[in-house]
Design a protein around this ligand. Structure first.
Ligand code: HEC
Ligand code: HEC
Ligand code: HEC
Ligand code: HEC
Ligand code: HEC
Length: 369
């Protein structure tokens, strides 16, 4: 952090401290926060991605000088305050472009509008209430697209016909809330005639963002988990469902392993379908927008001369788009195994099954949860 950033940070912290002691936080807590806690909270926040001035999530628009309204709610503190209506503007809408280099500081979550926020609308239009302290997290971690967007883009096009009207639909990043809400918020693409798991209720003591994540460091303390989930070393090893969902004959790992196994199989099936059925090979490039590119040499990887926006994949069929959308949803929630494992396994299973209408996909011995 540069000296200028450090000064800014301290100013923001003092501002928020004035803010909280003056009102909202004191009202919300049964007792006023002990001033001794404050350095620890500030330290935690400074270690979190939310305070990272240098992150792409807060610097991507520096060349333009401001964060446009479409992006501001989640990528700039003043934009989030605008969304909440905490700046006296209309809640739920962004009125202005917002400041660059403005990460998510204390004032984002500690103001009256943020504390009063209890329900959040998802990109599908579904609204979820009763969110309490996790409502703020939900606003920014619910993604930007839904299964409905995939459905409407592909309406009226035969499942296996390439259409120039189709392009990749990207759910966006860190979509924990969309995964957690499951069928209720329709973040994934739902295949017709299938039932999908709703919100992952888990257990009352670990059923909300802030029950599992410290709101300041954003970290999950595994000790709280391992008191119930005994005999494992890390949260990724946790498992309560014992079917071999990915059919690899190994159920010794956590449920995370089953999701990762099916996810890998889906990537392979997407490539086979594009090469065999469309005749235009595709490959996925992690971290490179828009993720799916034409793979001219068919080696399954996007080499240095195959990336770049002009080489984005452009031979989409509805069947391919649906599978690729669900593939990306799973990819963009690294904590999905804890947020809603059943839902993700169902999306992966059904995407594989649907590609299997056209190419050879063996789902024998791979039960759908
Ligand atoms: C609903 C909230 C939301 C909106 C609206 C939103 N984003 Fe994001 N975006 C996120 C979150 C959350 C992340 C953090 C992902 C991470 O790094 O874990 C992110 C990350 C990013 C990143 C960094 C990706 C990386 O590789 O680190 C870019 C670039 C980005 N968004 C661009 C945009 C653009 C452009 C817009 C507007 C057109 C936009 N976002 C609108 C929530 C949002
Ligand atoms: C992403 C949202 C978010 C940010 C950013 C944030 N907080 Fe918090 N803070 C919370 C939530 C949520 C709680 C817990 C409230 C509850 O449980 O009802 C909390 C609780 C607190 C408490 C009460 C003591 C405690 O640990 O429960 C204090 C004091 C506090 N925050 C100060 C700060 C300060 C200072 C900053 C900036 C350095 C900050 N917060 C940044 C969300 C946030
Ligand atoms: C105003 C929007 C906003 C709010 C509110 C918000 N987040 Fe975030 N969150 C982001 C962005 C943007 C990033 C990525 C920051 C970066 O790349 O440095 C992020 C990153 C994270 C990460 C780390 C992801 C990674 O890739 O390592 C976690 C975990 C997280 N947030 C959890 C939470 C929780 C829990 C809350 C509520 C207490 C919350 N967030 C509230 C926008 C938000
Ligand atoms: C059952 C506990 C639990 C709940 C509830 C929960 N999370 Fe998580 N979350 C986790 C675990 C565990 C991880 C994975 C951390 C790891 O692998 O180290 C994770 C990962 C994440 C990540 C990705 C971090 C990264 O490294 O990229 C984000 C973002 C996130 N959670 C946000 C949220 C938000 C927002 C909510 C509420 C909608 C939420 N989580 C609810 C336990 C939970
Ligand atoms: C009070 C006991 C309890 C605590 C604490 C707890 N869990 Fe759980 N967990 C359960 C139960 C019970 C289930 C089975 C729920 C179900 O299938 O609906 C479960 C299921 C899970 C699953 C899904 C496993 C599978 O095979 O589908 C994961 C992942 C998980 N918990 C992670 C966590 C994490 C991470 C934490 C800590 C942040 C945590 N749990 C805290 C009791 C607990």
């Amino acid at each position: 952090m540069t000296p200028r950033h450090l000064t800014l940070t301290i100013v923001m912290i003092l501002f928020a401290w004035g803010f909280t002691t003056a009102g909202t936080l004191a009202q919300q807590s049964t007792s006023s926060p002990d001033k001794g806690e404050l350095p620890a909270i500030v330290h935690d926040w400074l270690s979190a991605p939310h305070s990272d001035y240098g992150a792409l999530a807060f610097t991507y628009w520096n060349k333009d000088g401001s964060v446009p309204p479409d992006c501001a709610a989640c990528h700039s503190q003043p934009g989030f305050l605008d969304y909440l209506g905490a700046d006296e503007s209309q809640p739920g809408v962004i009125d202005h472009a917002a400041a660059i280099n403005a990460p998510i500081g204390c004032a984002s979550c500690h103001n009256e509008a943020a504390q009063a926020l209890d329900s959040v609308a998802f990109p599908s239009g579904a609204s979820v209430g009763g969110l309490d302290a996790s409502a703020v997290c939900t606003v920014c971690h619910s993604g930007r697209q839904s299964g409905e967007d995939v459905d409407s883009a592909a309406t009226g096009i035969d499942a296996d016909t390439v259409s120039a009207d189709l392009q990749f639909i990207n759910i966006h990043y860190a979509v924990a809330a969309a995964v957690m809400g499951g069928a209720e918020v329709r973040g994934g693409y739902h295949y017709p005639g299938k039932d999908y798991a709703g919100r992952f209720a888990h257990v009352p003591s670990a059923s909300s963002c802030t029950a599992c994540h410290d709101p300041h460091s954003t970290q999950v303390d595994p000790d709280g988990c391992l008191s119930c989930h005994r005999g494992v070393d890390t949260v990724r090893d946790i498992r309560t469902q014992h079917d071999d969902f990915d059919g690899d004959g190994d159920i010794s790992g956590g449920i995370h392993e089953e999701i990762a196994g099916l996810h890998k199989q889906l990537e392979a099936a997407i490539r086979t379908y594009a090469a065999q059925s469309i005749g235009a090979p595709i490959a996925y490039a992690p971290g490179q927008y828009p993720y799916f590119f034409a793979d001219a040499d068919g080696d399954g990887r996007i080499g240095p001369d195959e990336g770049g926006y002009p080489n984005r994949y452009q031979s989409w069929t509805p069947r391919l788009l649906r599978a690729a959308y669900n593939y990306q949803m799973v990819k963009k929630d690294p904590g999905g195994f804890a947020h809603n494992p059943r839902y993700l396994l169902q999306l992966l299973h059904d995407s594989l099954e649907d590609l299997g209408q056209v190419i050879d996909v063996d789902l024998r011995g791979r039960p759908r949860p």
